[in-house]
Design a protein around this ligand. Structure first.
Ligand SMILES: CC(C)[C@H](C(=O)O)[C@@H](O)C(=O)O
Ligand code: SF4
Length: 483
């Protein structure tokens, strides 16, 4: 029978299925960070258990790590709770073991969803879990990847399996050619705008169509990263040549020679590639639902409210709740506008920002850095006076180093941006980087919930190019005019 990509990976990993559909799924890769692992390790310790397959674990500290003051080492972590989280992960990994650990200050440290693919910890066809909802990111590689809760983290550590029920298949097809200045972030925000934050609930989404195929791996990661904001725990993109090219030569990928630090290939690599090439939905596979978008219709997006679905094209205006007939929706719009301090009818282009954050597991990869820097360079001006802080936070030490090799840091710094150390940073208020009450931010992250970037903070989700342009102009502008 014809199968979807999701069906194929699922079938390959099911150990057992109960009559009610509950399945025991084998887990290939377990990514670990400091926030959701302490109780899991504690549970193992109390039960006298070990980690079932140490080589499946790849860990890093990211949420609580500071993005400045690294020269002071651990003393630079001013918040005692953050410091405890980070040192607890250090000692847990030391005690329980891992395939790879990138602790605070390590040159490959970074956001778990950036370093997974970057180290080859994420490979096509794998089941990948992490105690983190944005694990969906890794689906860009044709891997079945999703977040799990803390008790499940312990379960996976102890048994290498997860109890799961199969989701339904949703195909989101984006056909056509994206316009200049329109990025993966805009595509995924437009999708969420269309289907809503519950649109993907109960489904695994496969993103397909010519516009998705044309995206780089970075772009596909941005798409899958936000599958969870569309309500789906997992997002997927079929494997193609770009996928294989990306994983080639990564340290944990087959065919890598640790002696020389180079790709050497070999039988294991060839075998892997042959299998990876089967990781796409069969032509006649049936999906439970299909959503289609035209690439040409998508313009740069800006969220105006407190949910990722409250999003519009940059050429639109803040919606008027009075025009909404549904009382619930009207109430939600009113509440969002009050929180966001916005008046109905205000053109999105006229919204001024106090801070700009370019980073997070959605948009902190090298391509994002390049896109933002290109806009800054093209505009040739400094960060606007009304912008108190514009910061660029690369997703990992590897991204940071690559960006510096390309001189991108110089472009940002010359324009008045702060160039920081890697981490989750201002994506969520779990470290020193945050918004003050009432502050408005153009952010390349994935969530704009109330207080997400700091109590009372106001978040507008945009692409890296849009964020860079907002920093220089001081307000949102349509990047298509200078793309
Ligand atoms: C802290 C972590 C559990 C959380 C998540 O699950 O996504 C965080 O990464 C987030 O983005 O809100
Ligand atoms: S960057 Fe943001 S969304 Fe991503 S894992 Fe960190 S806190 Fe979560």
């Amino acid at each position: 029978m014809a199968r979807t990509l999701y069906d194929k990976i699922w079938d390959e990993h099911v150990v057992h299925t109960e009559e009610d559909g509950t399945a025991v799924l084998y887990i290939d890769r377990h990514l670990v960070h400091e926030v959701t692992s302490p109780q899991a390790f504690e549970g193992l310790r109390e039960a006298g258990r070990k980690v079932w397959r140490i080589s499946s674990i790849v860990a890093t500290a990211d949420h609580n790590t500071p993005t400045t003051g690294w020269e002071q080492g651990y003393d630079g972590i001013t918040d005692p709770i953050s410091k405890e989280q980070i040192t607890t992960l250090d000692s847990n990994i030391k005690e329980f073991g891992s395939a790879a650990y990138f602790p605070f200050l390590h040159k490959r440290q970074g956001i778990v969803h950036v370093i997974g693919p970057e180290t080859g910890a994420t490979l096509p066809g794998m089941t990948v879990v992490c105690g983190d909802s944005h694990t969906s990111t890794h689906g860009a590689f044709g891997a079945l990847a999703h977040g799990i809760g803390t008790s499940e983290v312990e379960h996976v550590m102890a048994t290498q399996t997860l109890l799961a029920k199969k989701a339904k298949n949703l195909l989101i097809k984006v056909e056509g050619q994206l316009g200049k200045g329109v990025t993966a972030k805009d595509v995924v925000l437009a999708i969420i705008g269309k289907i809503g934050t519950a649109g993907g609930t109960g489904y695994t989404i496969e993103f397909a169509g010519s516009a998705i195929r044309s995206l780089s791996m970075e772009g596909r990661m941005t798409m899958c990263n936000m599958a969870i904001e569309a309500g789906a725990r997992a997002g997927l993109v079929a494997v193609d040549e770009k996928t294989i090219e990306y994983v080639k030569g990564k340290p944990l990928s087959p065919g890598y020679d640790p002696q020389t630090g180079r790709f050497v290939g070999g039988a294991e690599w060839d075998q892997a590639v042959a299998y990876w090439k089967t990781l796409h939905s069969d032509a006649d596979a049936q999906f439970d639902a299909v959503v289609e978008l035209k690439a040409e219709d998508i313009v740069p997006q800006v969220t105006w409210g407190t949910s990722p679905e409250m999003v519009l094209g940059v050429d639109a205006s803040v919606p008027d709740p009075d025009k909404e007939k549904d009382a619930n929706k009207r109430g939600a719009i009113e509440r969002a506008l009050t929180y966001m301090g916005l008046q109905p009818g205000k053109p999105l282009n006229d919204i001024f920002v106090d801070k700009v954050f370019i980073g997070s597991c959605t948009n902190s990869r090298i391509e994002d850095m390049r896109e933002a820097a290109a806009v800054v360079k093209k505009l040739g001006q400094k960060v606007a006076k009304n912008v108190k802080l514009a910061m660029v936070v690369p997703g990992s030490g590897v991204v940071k180093e690559q960006a510096e090799r390309e001189g991108l840091d110089q472009i940002f710094k010359a324009a008045g941006f702060e160039w920081r150390e890697p981490g989750c940073s201002m994506c969520l208020a779990m470290n020193a980087d945050r918004l003050e009450p009432g502050e408005r931010c153009a952010s390349t992250s994935n969530r704009n919930f109330e207080g997400r970037q700091g109590a009372g903070g106001r978040t507008h989700l945009v692409s890296p190019a849009m964020a860079a342009a907002a920093a220089v102009h001081g307000h949102f502008v349509d990047v298509r005019q200078f793309a």
